[in-house]
Design a protein around this ligand. Structure first.
Ligand code: GAL
Length: 337
């Protein structure tokens, strides 16, 4: 009797262990490197990556996400990628510090057999005149397990220019027939900065308006730098400046402080444009303190990046490019929300 009981108990224990083992979740290791944590927009983006991965977890599947700060230093990010490879990550999501290093990084990750999702900073090839070649990047197109998720920066630049063209005076406050502007650029190595700089102005010239660039400076996406540059430009060019184009909202927030300090008033004697639609910027558009911004959809982009990473983990086929639309955010748009 005792023996039967012991066998029975052992069987129950074994069964218990087996069912426990089969219920154990599969944990995927995900490596994420962001070009720089100290960036307003990429902070929203990276937090959403973490939050969204959490929402996709089930009893069967878990995501162990390692998120690291590239500190705007390509050497640092290369080390991080090498660590991801040593740690045998199942998938890598990468916001490159330098898009010019894309080939080396992609090769390294592909050679290790790890799928890769590039985000936010699109690697581009250039022709001999330094014009971007738009047919897609070979390093991405040639690799079925590599893709880029982003928004087409040309669209955001075009929207900025259109928002000026749509104003009653088309940005020509002094009525001399020329829109006189200053441009505050993000990191010039970054296609978002290149395209926004180019296409904001192109939208105006394509619509038949004359433009004059009074000043073009690099603010590296940063608020404090934006403020300093716009303060300098205002003291140099004063009332000549009719439009301030900033490649992103962080710099536009800085520009706004400089504009106020110079006793100027957005919507009356100057116009101010940004990109990203940070909460504070949208509020300023609503209050008439900014002429317009462009929604850089960090939710759409982060969710797409994570969804495609999950597809890669499941061995599903993916596209090489995924695009998320920008949205024009001017007063009319904000008021209609
Ligand atoms: C842009 C964004 C900027 C900055 C940059 C970093 O898309 O508008 O604010 O975050 O990405 O690459």
């Amino acid at each position: 009797m005792k023996k039967t009981l012991a066998i029975l108990l052992a069987a129950i224990l074994m069964l218990g262990c087996m069912s426990f083992a089969s219920a154990e979740a599969k944990t995927y290791k995900v490596g994420v490197s962001i070009y720089q944590f100290d960036d307003n927009f990429m902070t929203l983006y990276r937090n959403e990556i973490l939050d969204y991965f959490k929402t996709l977890e089930t009893d069967e599947v878990k995501y162990d996400v390692t998120l690291v700060d590239g500190k705007n230093d390509m050497a640092e990010q290369t080390n991080q990628v090498n660590n991801f490879i040593t740690q045998k990550m199942d998938v890598i999501i990468l916001n490159l510090v330098q898009t010019s290093s894309a080939d080396a990084v992609i090769d390294n990750i592909v050679a290790a057999g790890i799928p890769l999702v590039l985000i936010n900073r699109e690697p581009l090839a250039y022709d001999e005149n330094n014009n971007a070649i738009d047919e897609g990047y070979e390093g991405i197109l040639n690799n079925p397990q590599v893709c880029y998720v982003g928004a087409d920066a040309r669209q955001s630049g075009t929207y900025q220019g259109e928002m000026v063209a749509e104003l009653e005076n088309h940005g020509d406050i002094n009525g001399d027939g020329v829109i006189s502007y200053i441009m505050i650029e993000g990191d010039p190595e970054n296609p978002d900065a290149q395209y926004r700089t180019q296409f904001s102005v192109k939208a105006l010239t394509d619509a038949g308006y004359k433009v004059e660039c009074l000043d073009d400076q690099v603010g590296n996406w940063a608020q404090a730098k934006g403020q300093e540059l716009v303060a300098n430009a205002l003291s140099k060019f004063d009332r000549k400046i009719e439009v301030v184009f900033c490649n992103n909202d962080a710099m536009a927030l800085g520009a706004s402080a400089a504009i106020t300090a110079a006793g100027r008033k957005v919507g009356e004697d100057i116009y101010l444009l940004g990109v990203d639609a940070l909460e504070q910027a949208v509020q300023m558009v609503k209050d008439g303190e900014m002429t317009g911004t462009v929604l850089n959809d960090h939710i759409g982009q982060s969710h797409t990046a994570v969804d495609v990473a999950v597809k890669l983990l499941n061995g599903e086929e993916i596209q090489n490019y995924y695009w998320v639309n920008y949205v024009k955010v001017n007063k009319a748009y904000v008021d209609a929300q």
